[in-house]
Design a protein around this ligand. Structure first.
Ligand code: AKG
Ligand code: FE2
Length: 309
């Protein structure tokens, strides 16, 4: 069962239209705003082929623009970096997408907070809007192709991964997203449904909850069948803890989590790790140019642990 949300009040059409515009500028101009992957920063443009999709060194086929929540909310001031004029021209739409997505994310976070038996509002305090964060929206394009692309493990659009943060709210045009359900070894398609957001849980919630909440492994393959002719578009809002928030099991705050932390599935990470450090490490080693020589794929990993139970 894939968690989806409808009646969310967000208009993804507006963002898909804006996405079409920001992607259509010349490559040279897009590359002038390339993200500083070597420093573990994701904000800006990522060209196709810049990220690894597996340990063998195969690379991705998608291009994306990542735009920081902090920059969108601060505009015309700059919180992290500047973007192409065409991005700035669409800032009103981006702002309304981020505000709508934040509202959905915080509603879901409140439900999860209470189900995890955390003190009221505890998870909200791990996601402070007034603090710097790695929260961002992304617009992704996987190009269509006139002749069908067979699904081979070496030609993935985006390699298998877990998401870095707390909640990812996805809007898709075309299929291609696949998930590895815990306890299984077969990839399953996640079919896009009109007006529905696909909600994915990320590493931060898996760590906070000692694995009660799972950060599931997913990937993107070429658009299946006839859809392969069309460009595939995705818009995501990545809701993440603020930069300085410590990533740790919240066992002191919830007896339920404390109990789960005793089990073998619990996720241990070095004490004192912050949300931003976790994010930067993963972003940096996804980059093919950082990782080829040093087995970097390993360092790009998060809480992927899809052991068959
Ligand atoms: O394009 C999609 O459907 C998924 C994208 C994704 O997994 C990601 O950007 O983390
Ligand atoms: Fe993802």
């Amino acid at each position: 069962m894939i968690p989806r949300v409808k009646n969310h009040g967000i208009n993804p059409e507006e963002i898909f239209q804006a996405g079409g515009k920001v992607m259509s500028i010349p490559m040279e101009e897009k590359l002038a705003y390339e993200h500083e992957g070597g420093k573990g920063s994701s904000f800006g443009y990522k060209p196709p082929g810049a990220n690894l999709t597996d340990a063998s060194g195969a690379v991705d086929t998608v291009e994306w623009w990542n735009i920081a929540k902090d920059d969108i909310l601060a505009y015309p001031d700059i919180a992290h970096r500047s973007y192409a004029p065409v991005v700035n021209q669409n800032m009103d739409k981006l702002k309304s997408f981020v505000s709508g997505s934040e509202a959905v994310a915080r509603t879901l976070l409140g439900v999860l907070n209470d189900r995890l038996e955390l003190p009221k509002g505890f998870l909200d305090k791990c996601h402070l809007t007034q603090e710097r964060s790695t929260c961002e929206m992304t617009i992704i394009r996987n190009p269509g192709s006139a002749k069908p692309r067979p699904l081979t493990e070496s030609q993935l659009a985006i390699g298998a991964h877990t998401d870095f943060g707390s909640l990812s709210l996805l809007h898709n045009i075309c299929g291609g997203l696949q998930v590895l359900v815990p306890g299984t070894t077969n990839w399953q398609y996640v079919k896009p449904m009109k007006d529905h957001i696909i909600c994915n849980l990320g590493d931060a919630l898996a760590i906070f909850s000692a694995g009660i909440l799972r950060s599931n492994v997913h990937r993107v393959v070429p658009q299946p069948g006839e859809q392969g002719k069309w460009d595939r578009w995705t818009v995501v809002y990545f809701f993440r803890p603020h930069a300085t928030c410590e990533l740790k099991t919240l066992g002191d705050e919830s007896p339920f989590i404390r109990e789960a932390a005793r089990s073998a599935n619990s996720i241990n990470i070095p004490p004192g790790s912050t949300a931003e450090e976790w994010f930067k490490r993963r972003t940096k080693y996804f980059r093919a140019d950082n990782s080829a020589a040093i087995d970097g794929w390993k360092y790009s990993r998060g809480t992927e642990h899809n052991e068959v139970e």
